[in-house]
Design a protein around this ligand. Structure first.
Ligand code: FAD
Length: 448
């Protein structure tokens, strides 16, 4: 029997709650995209929600929880997709969103508290001439700590790769579950063990990230009579080094009607490319589109759209927002995460499209990995049960496409090509020997 009442008393003066309705609400993320995870994770909840305001409060919470052997699961914006912040074994839900201050910006390097929302940090940096290199399509609700601990690819990937690229994460302050809990200052590669570790290796309290010079990005939509032309255009755009861009995604025609804000602008039955382009790139982009038989059908200022709660920046049709746009109107679908080969990328996407044409609606994102261009995909999949999903994954893998399975909740099973190099397991043994941080999410950790 866990001493939650004792913990609550020991944390007097902190912002906390044990209200069951609040605990249920705060213990969820977007795992319900996966019918498999929905069945497995529905109903799980923490026993105490605590919202620290400063690093010292984080340490106090960890110290008191450790003394009582009570697990602690960290929560940012709770926009993760694999039940990453769902506490499998109850305990404390440590909500970081009150630690949300930017701390410094010097020589293009941002230091910020981990609970800051990405949109707030980006706006703050922009006022100083800089912008985030990378953000997830959940920029308007996700936190920087959650992005580093749980995500890592997204808008900006076409120019800067993923958060795993050397140089995209410069350092972190991390609170541990050692005896006694302590703060570690990690710089450079030493910070890798907290990267996409789902909060199992420590509580990130602050992060250091390099920025990019700010641009007044334009959202552009280009329609194509056939998906093949859209793919070839996207690949050509990705490799057009003279056109500054932040994003480029392709969509098969079946997905377009689900994009409420722009569907009417796209001729019926046409494929779509959505991109974010610097103003200087608009003319060459229009010329490139013409070469591939495409027509520019919509354009808006990205930053104006993201500041308007009633508007949709085009990146909210991209990355894993594509699945969400479809799920809003059709709950009979789910999705996958795939990476195509670096060579003959477009041919590989077309081969994938030919495999399951009635069940898979293709959506790709242009990205760089290790300096090389390829496309990743988050296709929407008609849900016909776990066996059929496994067949579809095996079919893709058989033609050389890498899969990162989003229907599992452990780091090891789900990361696939997104796995962070380095010894996260060894680091966890040092920072959390009792296995109290988000237990069950690092499969290979043995609590003995
Ligand atoms: C519609 C939609 C679109 C998405 N698009 C993208 C995308 O483009 N790219 C992408 O990478 N992801 C994407 N995601 C997944 C998710 O939105 C991102 O990974 C996001 O950055 C998570 O941030 P969060 O604050 O919501 O984290 P949470 O969901 O709260 O947490 C994520 C994980 O990080 C841990 N964590 C959170 N904060 C800390 C901390 N301070 N210290 C230690 N651990 C912590 C949590 O325990 C959990 O394991 C998408 C999800 C949805 C629903």
């Amino acid at each position: 029997m866990r001493d939650i009442a004792g913990l609550k008393a020991a944390l007097a003066g902190l912002v906390l709650s044990d209200d069951p309705a609040l605990l249920r609400q705060k213990s969820r993320d977007f795992y319900w995209y996966s019918p498999i995870l929905k069945q497995r994770l529905d109903g799980l909840a923490a026993e105490l929600w605590v919202q620290p305001r400063e690093e010292a409060e984080v340490l106090r919470i960890l110290t008191e929880a450790r003394a009582r052997r009570i697990p602690v699961t960290v929560r940012g914006g709770a926009t993760g997709n694999y039940g990453q912040c769902v506490p499998l074994e109850g305990g404390v839900l440590l909500d970081m969103t009150a630690m949300a201050r930017p701390l410094a910006l010097e020589d293009g390097v941002l230091t910020a508290q981990a609970g800051a929302r990405l949109i707030d940090l980006d706006l703050w940096a922009r006022e100083r001439g800089w912008e985030l290199r990378l953000w997830p399509s959940t920029k308007r609700s996700a936190t920087i700590g959650g992005f580093v601990a749980g995500g890592g690819a997204g808008v900006g990937g076409i120019a800067h790769g993923t958060l795993r690229e050397r140089g995209n994460l410069l350092g972190a302050r991390v609170a541990t579950m050692q005896d006694p809990p302590a703060i570690l200052e990690l710089a450079g590669e030493a910070a890798a063990p907290i990267n996409r570790a789902y909060g199992t290796t420590g509580v990130i309290t602050a992060l250091r990230l390099p920025l990019a010079p700010a641009q007044a990005w334009r959202d552009v939509a280009v329609a194509f009579p056939a998906y093949g032309a859209a793919l070839r255009f996207a690949a050509a755009l990705a490799l057009s080094d003279g056109i500054a861009k932040k994003m480029c995604a392709t969509f098969q025609p079946a997905l377009v009607p689900f994009f409420r804000g722009i569907a009417d602008a796209v001729p019926q039955g046409q494929a779509l490319v959505l991109a974010m382009i610097a103003p200087s790139g608009l003319l060459p982009l229009a010329e490139l589109a013409r070469e591939y038989g495409g027509a520019l059908v919509a354009e808006q200022e990205t930053l104006a759209a993201e500041r308007d709660p009633d508007a949709t920046p085009f990146y909210e049709y991209c990355w894993n927002h594509t699945t969400l746009q479809v799920l809003k109107r059709d709950r009979g679908v789910t999705y996958l995460q795939m990476r195509f080969p670096f060579e003959e990328t477009v041919a590989a996407v077309e081969a994938a499209c030919a495999l399951f044409p009635d069940e898979v609606w293709m959506h790709t994102e242009c990205v760089r990995f290790g300096g090389r261009f390829t496309m990743t995909a988050l296709p929407v999949i008609r849900w016909r049960g776990p066996e059929r999903l496994a067949e579809i994954m095996a079919g893709f893998e058989a033609i050389g496409i890498a899969i990162a399975n989003p229907h599992v909740f452990t780091i090891e099973e789900g990361s696939g090509y997104r796995r962070v190099p380095g010894d996260q397991l060894g680091f966890k043994r040092m920072t959390d020997p009792l296995g109290l941080l988000n237990p069950g999410k690092m499969r290979d950790f043995d609590r003995g």
